[in-house]
Design a protein around this ligand. Structure first.
Ligand SMILES: [Zn+2]
Length: 186
């Protein structure tokens, strides 16, 4: 991009969906989408990520929440995924390499009896500021929440610690399912 005859990278489509791409790139993607059904379908899949999580994603804290099959589909398209799998209440030292296209985090979570999960994220760069994504998708069979991070934003982030909390929203109130810690280095 901005060459309209090429398929845009998934990162470019993500920027486009977030209205973050510059005018020339936006025009090129618009033009490309008029003639390319494949990229149109990809964009539909991106758009199917809940609108509710778009604000948290834009804020660069965390991220779009999606499904395991969508991630497998991205891998099958040849995208280089950096994948971290965290046990319940686990932590990880994370960073990204120049060749990575997407950062995928698989949070293991006990989902028995759970019907709705909210996600809270707080970065050490903004203490006390909690970003909340409500009613996020999760896979009750695998007991997993899959998060895709905007890698361009991750690359731009300073070293920091990110705390992510998953809450089951129940009649009696929220119940903490798991807490996950990311020690990020650029
Ligand atoms: Zn295309």
């Amino acid at each position: 991009m901005p060459n309209a005859s090429e398929h845009p990278a998934i990162a470019t489509l993500l920027d486009y969906w977030l209205h973050d791409s510059d005018a020339a790139t936006t025009d090129a993607v618009d033009e490309h989408l008029m003639v390319c059904d494949k990229c149109g379908r990809r964009l539909d899949e991106i758009a199917a990520l809940s609108d509710a999580v778009r604000d948290a994603f834009r804020a660069g804290v965390v991220a779009a929440v999606t499904s395991g099959p969508f991630v497998q589909h991205l891998a099958a398209e040849g995208l280089k995924l950096r994948v971290y799998r965290l046990e319940t209440n686990g932590s990880v030292n994370c960073s990204v390499a120049p060749e990575d296209d997407l950062l995928v985090t698989r949070l293991q979570v006990p989902t028995a009896g759970v019907t709705r999960i909210d996600m809270l994220a707080e970065s050490s760069t903004e203490p006390g500021v909690q970003h909340r994504a409500e009613d996020i998708p999760f896979d009750p069979d695998s007991g997993e929440v899959v998060v895709i991070e905007n890698i361009a934003r991750v690359r731009a982030q300073p070293a920091q610690t990110l705390q992510v909390t998953l809450l089951a929203m129940e009649q009696s109130g929220p119940r903490q399912l798991g807490r996950y810690t990311f020690h990020h280095r650029p």
